[in-house]
Design a protein around this ligand. Structure first.
Ligand code: CUA
Length: 247
């Protein structure tokens, strides 16, 4: 059964989001959560850059300075300043960080649920809201690649999800630890045998979003990618009803 029947021609290529050789920073966001994470990254990086610049300057000027003041053995004032200032700086990193942490944990009344199970070495998916819709996704091997395929990143059956919809993702594993992730959506959840992990997702644009298993899980760890196709709600409904009829 070919599940990607509708979009075999890959109309969203220009809209696909993955890590490439030029990706030095984070991928473009495809969810409000990732937008916030990028903002937090930039915020923290600015603070770090300031600290590194200041400390480097101070160390440099101390290194090249031969002046000694033998009356200056202690200074309560400067010690207060260089103790309290870093504490305040840490506060301005910790508060937005905790805010994001709890925001990511929030599951906001999801409209649909998608369950994934990590196996050595493929992912299987279940659309639990619909009857008997489940399939496996394997990486497309080199000898079966098409011209438009992305090497080591494309799969035979993509997961299709509606955009602008609250989605609950349930993650577990059948054999060893795996980790399910889509970096552009800012989600990464460990797939643990005997345990169900969940997370909330909201996709805010159409496209193809790529991820890879992120927990060393054996010989073919690098070869169990994740491809998500984000579509309009109507398209999703016709896709899922076509699947229901087929099964
Ligand atoms: Cu599955 Cu690494």
């Amino acid at each position: 059964m070919n599940l990607s029947f509708m979009y075999k021609e890959k109309p969203f290529i220009s809209n696909s989001t993955m890590a490439t050789w030029m990706t030095l920073s984070l991928q473009d966001s495809s969810s409000p959560m990732m937008e916030q994470l990028i903002f937090f990254h930039d915020h923290t990086l600015l603070i770090l850059t300031t600290i590194v610049a200041l400390v480097s300057y101070l160390m440099g000027s101390l290194f090249f300075n031969t002046n000694i003041n033998r009356n200056l053995l202690e200074s309560q004032t400067i010690e207060m300043i260089w103790t309290i200032t870093p504490a305040i700086i840490l506060f301005f990193i910790a508060v937005p960080s905790l805010r994001l942490l709890y925001l990511m944990d929030e599951i906001n009344n999801p409209a649909i649920t998608l369950k994934t199970v990590g196996h050595q070495w493929y992912w299987s998916y279940e659309y639990s809201d619909f009857s008997s819709i489940e399939f496996d996704t394997y990486m497309i091997p080199l000898n079966e690649m098409e011209d438009s395929s992305f090497r080591l990143l494309d799969v035979d059956n993509r997961i299709v999800l509606p955009m602008n919809t609250h989605i609950r993702m349930i993650v577990t594993a059948a054999d060893v630890l795996h980790s399910w992730t889509i970096p552009s959506m800012g989600v990464k959840v460990d797939a643990t045998p005997g345990r169900l992990n969940q997370m909330g997702m909201l996709i805010n644009r159409p496209g193809l979003f790529y991820g890879q298993c992120s927990e060393i899980c054996g010989a073919n760890h690098s070869f169990m990618p994740i491809v998500m196709e984000s579509v309009k709600t109507n398209t999703f409904i016709s896709w899922i009803s076509h699947l229901s009829e087929a099964s």
